[in-house]
Design a protein around this ligand. Sequence first.
Ligand code: HEC
Length: 193
Amino acid sequence: MKKLTVLSVVAASLLLIGCGQEKAEQTKTEVATPAKTETVAEKATKAVEATKEAATAAIEKTTQVAKDAKESVAQTATKAVEATKEAATVAVEKTAQVAKDIKEAVAPKAEEAVAPKAFAKCAGCHGKDGKMKALGKSEIIAGQSKADLVKKIGEYKAGTRNAVGMGALMKGQVSALSDADIDAIATYVSGLK
Ligand code: HEC
């Protein structure tokens, strides 16, 4: 507002000063205005160019950063995949070795387990393979069916079996056996061929 007021006063003064002077002033203004316009245009052009350059530089930088990041991510991923592969291979080898060790450790024990501890004393009369006639009198027990063996041993334990007159002797042999012992012995002896 103040500027406008000053300008109005100046304009009024110029009008008052007269035509000759007014013309001169006009010429001055005409000369000054294009110059000013040029400066503004130049400034704008420069600003636009500077902005363009800055934008181009920023785009190039961003592109480079993105490229670097991509390469670095790809490298990291490749390394991770290789590391995982190696770890998996090691784990598989280890597992296979452990499985082999377990198999080797268990195999002999599995064979041992087939002959129940309770059968040890029976072997003295019936033979290790169950194929001896006990005291030259009994039937051969090897290969008899599990059901028959369970039944017969149970009968000796109860004192109700006496096939060849030596049931009392057999009662003494089996009286301390549990049902589980009898089951295990019967399973083992029926498998002796
Ligand atoms: C001291 C020798 C001796 C021992 C030890 C012995 N037995 Fe016997 N076993 C005999 C005789 C003798 C007979 C026949 C008994 C009879 O008259 O029924 C017999 C019979 C049997 C029969 C019946 C066979 C048949 O088909 O008629 C079975 C089964 C049997 N014994 C299992 C066992 C078991 C199991 C053990 C170990 C827990 C055992 N015996 C220990 C001597 C023995």
